[in-house]
Ligand binder design. Structure first.
Ligand SMILES: Nc1ncnc2c1ncn2[C@@H]1O[C@H](COP(=O)(O)OP(=O)(O)OP(=O)(O)O)[C@@H](O)[C@H]1O
Length: 307
């Protein structure tokens, strides 16, 4: 295994994630999820040895993290933080070339092989037409790609990305997620990335780390999803105190849609009613009352008149 956490407790002064025992291999794409403040960034910083684990150990490439220098860790892991500073007056090529400098002193001139590798990365990321653009002239999606390009230039076996899809539209999110998956599959890199867009991201990640209740649950994405209702099922948000929902008997998608439709449009107490989805139509009932309807427009008329 490439990355191993052994009885590791992560946190600042007090623990955030306790007793983690898990591993990741080269070629894995692992999605890190959890609510705000559960410790995703703290975990990433601990894997980079920027923060010491409160208990237990971390191993990278078989070596205890504590025995590795910053340079040795940088050779193993490249990192893309979402709030990366944009270096003043840098072009796309400059930024990506920066990834090469973890191997050399800053005054060093890149050799031909390095320059060629930077060019290949620019081509693979489809950034050819932007290679001489200043970073400030780029769209958010292309800027994110350029930062990923810098990490690729580092040529490390593992890449960690903290929220790589924030601020991106759906199309660019998919481009970035496809790229991460491709890097794992074609170049055998280990990709660990955090995301709040986990509904989309899960389509690209073979493994999942889910942090909740101060624990890290690790496994194959689908196993973690099936074990945790809160990840799989649409959420029913109770946003209006004057709305009391009916009993709803329907698959989760229809249930979520009906719940949000009723709450948005009717400030009513519907708790004595039952709404049942029959595949193509709803049955609304309560003792001595039953009505069928096959569209939300239809439902609207009926509910207006319910008491
Ligand atoms: N340097 C620090 N010293 C002490 N506490 C910190 C420090 N940095 C972060 N924290 C706290 O640690 C907790 C976890 O923060 P962290 O940024 O790791 O969460 P996260 O899961 O990445 O959250 P988000 O999804 O909002 O990015 C938070 O309560 C935060 O305030």
């Amino acid at each position: 295994m490439f990355l191993k956490l052994k009885n590791t407790t992560i946190g600042h002064q007090t623990p955030l994630i306790k007793g983690v025992n898990t591993t990741l291999e080269l070629g894995d794409t692992c999605l890190l999820v959890g609510n705000n403040g559960v410790g995703k960034t703290t975990l990433i910083k601990s894997i980079l040895n920027q923060i010491s684990a409160l208990e237990g150990e971390l191993f990278l490439g078989g070596k205890n993290l504590k025995t590795l220098s910053n340079k040795e860790i940088a050779e193993q892991i490249a990192v893309v933080f979402s709030k990366s500073q944009i270096p003043a007056n840098y072009t796309v090529t400059d930024l990506i070339s920066l990834g090469k400098y973890i191997h050399y002193p800053y005054y060093f001139e890149l050799n031909d092989a390095d320059k060629k590798h930077v060019e290949v990365i620019i081509e693979n990321l489809n950034l050819m037409q932007y290679r001489n653009f200043s970073l400030h002239q780029l769209s958010d999606g292309n800027l994110q790609k350029a930062f990923i390009g810098r990490a690729l230039a580092q040529n490390s076996p593992m890449i960690i990305l903290d929220e790589p899809t924030t601020h991106l539209d759906e199309e660019n999110k998919i481009i970035i997620l496809k790229l991460l998956r491709k890097l794992a599959k074609n170049q055998n890199k280990l990709i660990l990335f955090s995301s709040h867009d986990w509904r989309l991201s899960k389509e690209f990640a073979s493994k999942m780390w889910f942090i909740h209740n101060e624990k890290l649950e690790a496994g194959i994405t689908e196993d973690i999803l099936l074990k945790n209702d809160e990840l799989l099922n649409p959420q029913l948000f109770h946003l209006d105190e004057e709305f009391s929902p009916p009993y709803i008997d329907a698959p989760s998608l229809e249930k979520e849609m009906l719940y949000s439709f009723l709450q948005k449009n009717f400030r009513k107490n519907l708790s004595s009613y039952k709404f049942e989805w029959k595949g193509t139509f709803w049955v609304i009932s309560k003792p001595n009352f039953q009505q069928n309807c096959d569209s939300f427009a239809d439902l609207s008329h009926i509910i207006e008149n319910l008491r």
